[in-house]
Design a protein around this ligand. Structure first.
Ligand SMILES: C[S@@+](CC[C@H](N)C(=O)[O-])C[C@H]1O[C@@H](n2cnc3c(N)ncnc32)[C@H](O)[C@@H]1O
Length: 227
């Protein structure tokens, strides 16, 4: 009993500690391992079942990967915000202004990793590394820089507000290395950010539809540019 209560205490502490990432489920652990996470602790409920799934789903990682019914603690990688802003690759950088739901944050990280974006920055109170966001991202936080920022530092990247009231987006006109800013689920982008933006672009929608889901709009813009 004392062993398991000590274990629970360690995981509870890690959930609140911004130095750590708590990974729940096999897919999160799989991606964390693939993208170089430093794992500190892995707990599996059924190691045989886990072994079987790992062989089926991630043969590149078997036999070292622990498998489903699994929870793990990894160290969060440090993110140097200015280094990410200064990266010269033409890839866009995603800025989420005050995102409210963990699932959305996770889905944004997942699609940003898939589209090889330069990173995902968030503002507001919510931790983009929350275990639920990590789960929503299937652990792909380890594939690109993801961090909360207090405010957006100056950089030479163009700032593009992605907003339903913007001018119709034409993917070929999106500047390279743009910071693509997306607003919160309820309120959209703040006036402050809209005022600073170099461009304000909207994803054209059918009449009567007021907006897309946040993560859906991130996916639409990233892949419109990429395809
Ligand atoms: C659910 S929407 C916010 C809706 C909010 N009521 C508004 O009017 O902006 C969340 C974010 O997704 C993006 N978004 C959703 N639909 C969009 C569209 N059709 N064009 C551009 N951005 C969109 C925007 O960045 C928006 O701030």
């Amino acid at each position: 009993v004392s062993d398991s209560s000590e274990l629970i205490r360690r995981f509870q502490t890690a959930r609140r500690d911004t130095g750590f990432a708590v990974l729940e489920g096999f897919h999160a652990l799989k991606h964390a391992l693939r993208f170089g996470a430093e794992l500190l602790e892995v707990i599996a409920s059924d190691s045989q079942e886990l072994e079987k799934m790992a062989e089926e789903l991630a043969p590149d990682l078997a036999p070292q990967a622990p498998r489903t019914g699994v929870v793990a603690i990894a160290r969060r990688p440090d993110v140097d915000v200015n280094e990410v802003l200064g990266e010269r690759r033409p890839a866009p950088l995603i800025l989420l202004e005050d995102p409210r739901t963990m699932g959305n944050m996770g889905a944004c990280v997942r699609v940003s990793a898939a589209a090889d974006a330069a990173g995902v920055f968030t503002t507001g109170d919510n931790d983009p590394w929350h275990p639920d966001a990590l789960r929503g991202a299937a652990g792909l936080h380890f594939a690109l820089p993801v961090t909360a920022i207090e405010g957006l530092p100056d950089s030479d990247r163009p700032l593009v507000a992605i907003d339903p009231d913007g001018q119709a987006l034409r993917p070929s006109e999106l500047p390279p290395r743009a910071i693509l800013a997306f607003g919160s689920e309820r309120h959209g982008l703040s006036d402050g950010l809209l005022g600073k933006a170099d461009m304000r672009l909207g994803i054209p929608m059918r009449n009567g539809v007021s907006s897309l889901n946040l993560a859906t709009s991130v996916a639409a813009v990233l892949f419109a540019q990429r395809l």
